[in-house]
Write a protein that binds this ligand. Structure first.
Ligand SMILES: [Zn+2]
Length: 501
């Protein structure tokens, strides 16, 4: 009896050994579903070894970038090598022999009925059909739960279509990468996609553009190469291939909108057709700076606490986008001043100017009037920090030290957010404790007033009082309830930066 049991146990161990011996490789294949010449869905095939206990849990896309319940667009799973059940909407469970090879096929359909609306709060949801698709990895790829260390391989299968494909997943065709690389990705494919290459500070930049704009794709690619070179010069690293996707958006006359999503080795831009090239400059500088802030500076918290760190991830990114762009001549002093003035005015007139950070966390995705606050507050706080740390070299060496410290370390040490790492590294690098300023201006949200010389020699900050447009009610709340609600407060004073030389 005893010998038999041992033998059975040994046999099971031998069968499962290949799955335990090496890091599992999860292979994802993406292809379009084309019916009558139209793209109607995406077909995704995932092959992976089952978990060692024979129960493999797969997580469906859920919430990302303002999109919610993204599992609604993930359909028709079919599994070979095991049996599938779905204990809830966002989980698939596959039961099989331990370590068995599994194949999971599913489809992703469009989140939109036709073109995405121009006033959508986010464009992070899958856009599929009829002429192609534009998707962010977070929103389409199902991931095995508890196996973040798995490696991921990627294949694009154009399935007989004539779609031109571009994605920052292409390196994963040649060599497996991390599952996180798979999620933080963009994939775009249209027949009329234009792909251009540029050299930016020693590494290739690709632009994949689709649509009609007020400029040529070549002019956009040249401009993007300039700002990428600026950021790379500041950080001295990330000389890696980079992809920008640019797709146009239908809009009624007079609408102007452009949005970007930073994805580490790519950024995805979606824009109305009427935006002049110059208007993208600080926007692109901001987006590219996200290559470091926050992923390489300590990260950001997943889930509902993520907006708690936006003062750093967005505000410091705005600050550096303007600063590096002025420094390199990418934007003029006038453009720098104009952008700062817009931010200062929006901050000064914000009804939430004195809101604590907890309000940003609670209402960021539901209240549009609040969404720009962490950008403006964070940028102003960066100006304060530059002044406070000035005698010790200012903010720049602290940012570089954050990058060096965060590299390869377990992010649990600073609770996964660069915003938490910042005061620690500031103290370690300069000896200056900034926690009381953080508590005052970020956590409690006391309004920041800049000193007249906050921007240095040739610029002064002036305090001005502005009348504020007030429709007399809370538009967002009224739209939701159908009843005119909420009276906005009267205008607080704002501050204005202007050129004096
Ligand atoms: Zn941003």
């Amino acid at each position: 009896m005893i010998i038999k049991t041992l033998a059975a146990g040994l046999a099971a161990a031998l069968v499962s050994a290949p799955a335990w011996a090496a890091t599992p490789i999860d292979a994802y294949r993406l292809s379009p579903v084309v019916e009558n010449g139209k793209v109607t869905a995406l077909a995704i095939t995932l092959t992976l070894p089952a978990d060692a206990d024979g129960e493999t849990r797969l997580k469906l896309p859920d919430a990302w970038g303002g999109g919610e319940k993204l599992w609604r667009f993930v359909k028709d799973p079919v599994v070979t090598g095991g049996t599938l059940s779905a204990p809830d909407e966002k989980t698939w469970v596959v039961r099989s022999k331990p370590g068995a090879p599994l194949t999971v096929r599913y489809r992703v359909i469009s989140a939109y009925d036709g073109e995405p609306p121009v006033d959508s709060v986010n464009y992070g949801q899958p856009i599929v059909g009829p002429d192609g698709f534009y998707v962010i990895g977070h929103t389409v790829f199902v991931r095995p739960e508890g196996r973040d260390g798995d490696r991921a391989r990627f294949t694009w299968d154009q399935a007989g279509s004539d779609l031109v494909f571009a994605s920052d997943l292409e390196p994963l065709i040649k060599a497996p990468g991390k599952l996180d690389d798979l999620s933080a990705s963009v994939a775009i494919a249209y027949k009329d996609l234009t792909i251009l290459e540029r050299e930016a500070a020693g590494a290739p930049l690709r632009l994949a553009a689709r649509g009609t704009f007020a400029f040529t794709p070549a002019a956009f690619a040249d401009m993007a190469a300039h700002t990428i070179a600026d950021s790379r010069a500041f950080w001295g690293d990330a000389k890696e291939p980079f992809l920008i996707t640019l797709s146009d958006l239908n809009a009624p006359k007079g609408w102007t909108s452009f949005r970007g999503t930073g994805l580490g080795d790519a950024f995805a831009v979606i824009s109305t057709r009427n935006v002049p090239l110059d208007q993208y400059k600080l926007f692109l500088a901001h987006e590219y700076f996200h290559t470091w802030n926050s992923n390489r500076l300590g990260g950001s918290q997943d889930g509902p606490q993520e907006p708690a760190g936006y003062w750093f991830s967005e505000g410091f990114t705005d600050y550096y986008a303007r600063r590096l762009s002025l420094r390199s001549g990418f934007v003029s002093l006038e453009a720098f001043v104009k952008d700062w003035n817009e931010a200062l005015q929006a901050y000064g007139l914000s009804p939430f100017r004195a809101a604590p950070n907890a309000t940003i966390v609670a209402r960021f995705w539901s209240d549009r009037t609040l969404q720009k606050l962490p950008y403006h507050r964070g940028a102003l706080f960066a100006v304060l920090m530059e002044a406070q740390l000035k005698a010790k070299g200012g903010l720049d060496p602290v940012m570089l030290a954050m990058r060096d410290y965060a590299k390869g370390r377990d992010r649990a040490e600073w609770n996964f957010a660069a915003a938490n790492l910042f005061p620690r590294i500031a103290k370690a690098r300069t000896g200056i404790d900034v926690t009381s300023e953080l508590d005052r201006y970020v956590t409690r949200g006391m309004p920041i007033a800049l000193a007249p010389d906050a921007f240095g020699g040739c610029l002064t900050v002036e305090r001005v009082t502005r009348p504020k447009f007030d429709r007399g009610f809370d538009g967002d709340a009224s739209q939701k309830t159908g009843v005119i609600t909420g009276v906005l407060s009267t205008a607080p004073p704002t501050r204005r930066a202007c050129a004096t030389a």
